[in-house]
Design a binder for this molecule. Structure first.
Ligand code: LLP
Length: 428
């Protein structure tokens, strides 16, 4: 076990740097709120995962829902990663970033036939199918397109993981996957369908997982299924065990990929199966921060508030999951210990980024970095309260690039029209 330090972000003198770039310079150049990512950190996370499993055939398909910026996708694709997609929009982004179809897997409980058609045309590696009806739809799509659909069934292994209740997916009560005792019958049906090619078996048990043991349990259940299918002449060659590896947000101890490998690889001895992983958070969370400027302080007496220019529309995780994100000043030097709630301008009490956090007492204009915000930060952001979404910057070494422009107010109304029946009517 290791406690990962945010080694990519460190102070030199009084200033916080990401790799070779001073965050104050980025805030000055591009304004706030601003997401900043370290490409070096993303690549080193990817490589540590890749290395841990280099003794067996494997593909790491980045769960791009964590952060689907094109600059990040292209960087990972260049390093050899594939992607796990969950929508036609993610397929479009992945293709635009140059991810080859042969490295794309398609997950999700509700793929539409249009989405399936687009993915089939793109020649993806496999569809992780989650129900019998979805399987029938996939077969229809394949027949229409005249192209065999590679299929894996996502099973629900009924394995518990210790994480936030919104982030467990592999328990029987969750909507995901096919219950174990129905999976075999589905594979039989798939094997008989001339338009489906049984390619793999998949499970994804949850997110922000800090104890690797449930992965072992899951793998055993998947292997059990593979062994039951073998006498029927059904041989899924790819074992996809999803994503979910946790990271450090606060004081937790996060497992490393090598520990996952030490647990899983012995179970696979003597088998010629290809492993597939779908990590999202692990690859990008610690590589990103959200820069935000202090607007005002408010001191009603019983507590303090620091009002900043980023809000729950930029980073929803605290409001949604009570998630903890460290907050670091990008320039050290203020004295004193000031305990405050760090809140945004949105008109909701749930709009906060940090609660009862001890920081040096800020002055308006100071910029803070909300750390470990690279995963499910921008990708879950919205325009709520008509707030244009933040810009995004990718840093590698001493170079920084704006990989997404900050939205303007014009972006807020793109695609909207005012119908004639809404116009006019100058009532007194
Ligand atoms: N594969 C599948 C099928 C998934 O549903 C997910 C995440 C992943 C892979 C990647 O999981 P990861 O390695 O990132 O844990 N919005 C939440 C996280 C939701 C995760 C949903 N599924 C958050 O902000 O923490």
């Amino acid at each position: 076990m290791t406690r990962l330090a945010y080694d990519t972000f460190c102070y030199r003198g009084k200033d916080l740097f990401v790799e070779g770039v001073k965050l104050a310079d980025l805030a000055h150049r591009f304004g706030t709120p601003l997401y900043v990512y370290s490409g070096g950190k993303i690549l080193s996370q990817f490589e540590s995962f890749d290395r841990a499993f280099n003794s067996v055939p494997h593909t790491i398909c980045y769960a791009m829902k964590a952060n689907s910026n094109l600059g990040i996708l292209a960087l990972l694709a260049k390093a050899g990663a594939g992607v796990d997609i969950v929508s036609g929009g993610e397929l479009f982004r992945a293709r635009r970033a140059g991810v080859p179809g042969s490295r794309i897997v398609f997950s999700g409980v509700g793929k539409t036939e249009d989405e399936m058609t687009a993915a089939l045309r793109a020649g993806i590696l496999m569809f992780n199918v989650e129900s019998g009806e979805e399987m029938d739809a996939l077969a229809r799509v394949a027949r229409r397109a005249g192209k065999l659909a590679p299929l894996s069934i996502r099973v629900n292994p009924n394995v518990a993981v210790d994480t936030h209740r919104h982030m467990t997916t592999g328990k029987a009560e969750n909507k995901f996957g096919v219950v174990m005792n129905q999976a075999e019958a589905l594979y039989r049906r798939a094997a008989k369908n001339p338009w489906l090619r049984v390619t793999g078996v998949q499970a994804h048990i949850g997110s922000q997982i800090l104890d690797v043991r449930p992965y072992g349990e899951t793998l055993k259940k998947l292997l059990d299924l593979v062994d039951r299918l073998a006498p029927l002449g059904i041989a899924p060659g790819i074992l996809d065990i999803g994503g979910g590896l946790g990271v450090v947000y606060n004081s937790e101890r996060a497992p490393r990929p090598i520990q996952l490998a030490e647990l899983l690889l012995p179970l696979l001895k003597g088998r010629s199966l290809k492993l597939l992983f779908e990590p999202g958070r692990f690859l990008v969370a610690e590589a990103g921060c959200l820069l935000t400027k202090v607007l005002y302080r408010k001191e009603p007496g019983h507590k303090n508030f620091v009002i900043v220019d980023a809000a729950m529309n930029d980073l929803a995780r605290p409001a949604l999951y009570d998630a903890h994100h460290p907050v670091w000043p990008i320039r050290k030097g203020r004295a004193g210990r000031y305990v405050a709630d760090v809140v945004g301008p949105i008109c909701e009490s749930g709009d906060y980024l940090a609660k009862a956090r001890a920081l040096p007492r800020p002055e308006p204009g100071d910029v803070w970095a909300v750390m470990a915000a690279g995963a499910y930060g921008f990708s879950m952001s919205s325009q709520y309260n008509a707030r244009p979404r933040a810009g995004e910057v990718l840093v590698v070494g001493n170079e920084s690039r704006l990989v997404r422009k900050r939205e303007t107010v014009e972006d807020l109304v793109r695609g909207e029209t005012i119908p004639s029946f809404s116009r006019g009517g100058n009532r007194p």
